[in-house]
Design a protein around this ligand. Structure first.
Ligand code: HEC
Ligand code: HEC
Length: 301
């Protein structure tokens, strides 16, 4: 286990226990880690999340890795702090289905939690303490030392010649105008699509609710200028997080890059260029062994 600078190790560990504890969802038998799996890409590999009622929800699960560094949270950027986002998802009847009285009763009845809260925060479990611990744990979930990071630090041999060509194209085609900064995304709201979508025909078969979700931020604010606005996702570890986009419409990274070229740049890219960009994107996968991983045999997982 590595310690993450600036975070209290005890708080991170407590947050890790909460993140993987199915008791938080009452009888629903799920934890945060059910959807944000801590091995692999930090999501569930499904097209869209599955609600407690067993039905598909409207959105694809974003990766929990590096998520804390995004400037806004969720596809529609509807939260500006991790704690607000976490509370909303905890209390969402179809996601975690929790209530504060029940969470605090469950934790308060568990001597192990009572002792840990006392040790780390000097008090019994509280709403604030739960959100602080969950937040600290998620802030520890960074994925440093990707081959691309090493390349940027001056290790020219960290990526291959083809991957480097893909990086050159990623810049030349303008992908970098939206996917930029430390998270290679996660710091802007942008329209999707800018140009008419490649999948317009296929979208006709989607449910009305799903097609409404395509309106993005507008579905929250109802302001005309927010139509089709989404937070640009981080591309870190993107090779591990198929399927892609807010509704999981693209099953492969090749398909996602084709879609981006068509809908964001208004062009079709030659197959060879798409291949190179996909190779470059794979260099963005970092180490996923940071922070605390509660033992897999633990019933909480
Ligand atoms: C049923 C699957 C599911 C469960 C369980 C779940 N999430 Fe999520 N999570 C999602 C989906 C779907 C989104 C995107 C929602 C949206 O955009 O409206 C999301 C978004 C997030 C985000 C925002 C990431 C970003 O980059 O914007 C964070 C942070 C997060 N969840 C944390 C948690 C925590 C903490 C828990 C447990 C308390 C949890 N999630 C439980 C499905 C789930
Ligand atoms: C005008 C801004 C913009 C440009 C330019 C752009 N993107 Fe995106 N990208 C977005 C937005 C917004 C999304 C999220 C769309 C959604 O799902 O609602 C996204 C999503 C993605 C995804 C899916 C990520 C995931 O986790 O689901 C990939 C991969 C991607 N972009 C790669 C690229 C590549 C490669 C290029 C250049 C060919 C590019 N993007 C150009 C704004 C942009």
């Amino acid at each position: 286990m590595l310690s993450v600078t600036g975070l209290d190790a005890g708080l991170v560990e407590l947050g890790g226990l909460l993140f993987t504890d199915q008791d938080l969802s009452g009888g629903a038998g799920r934890s945060c880690a059910t959807c944000h799996k801590l091995d692999g890409g930090g999501e569930d590999g499904k097209r869209r999340a599955i609600g407690i009622d067993g039905e598909e929800l409207l959105f694809n699960v974003p990766s929990i890795f590096n998520a804390a560094k995004n400037y806004r949270f969720n596809w529609r950027g509807n939260f500006t702090t991790l704690e607000e986002q976490n509370e909303a998802i905890l209390l969402d009847p179809n996601v975690m289905g929790a209530t504060w009285p029940r969470i605090l009763r469950t934790l308060g009845d568990n001597p192990d939690y009572v002792e840990r809260f006392q040790q780390v925060l000097g008090e019994r479990p509280t709403r604030r303490g739960v959100l602080d611990a969950l937040g600290a744990f998620q802030r520890s979930l960074t994925t440093p030392d990707s081959r691309f990071d090493r390349y940027l630090r001056g290790d020219a041999a960290a990526i291959t010649a083809e991957e480097e060509q893909g990086y050159v194209l990623f810049k030349a085609f303008g992908c970098v105008s939206c996917h930029q900064g430390e998270n290679i995304g996660g710091n802007l709201m942008q329209r999707f699509p800018v140009f008419s979508p490649r999948f317009a025909q296929e979208r006709q078969h989607e449910s009305q609710a799903s097609r409404r979700a395509d309106l993005g931020r507008y579905t929250i604010t109802e302001r005309p200028e927010d139509r089709y606005l989404f937070r640009v996702p981080s591309l870190r570890n993107v090779a591990l997080t198929a399927p892609y986009f807010h509704d999981g419409r693209s099953a492969s990274l090749h398909d996602a890059v084709d879609e981006m070229a068509a809908s964001q740049l208004g062009r079709r890219l030659p197959r060879a260029s798409v291949d190179l960009i996909v190779k470059f994107l794979a260099t963005l996968s970092g180490r996923t062994d940071m922070g605390v991983r509660p033992a897999a045999q633990d019933k909480r997982y």
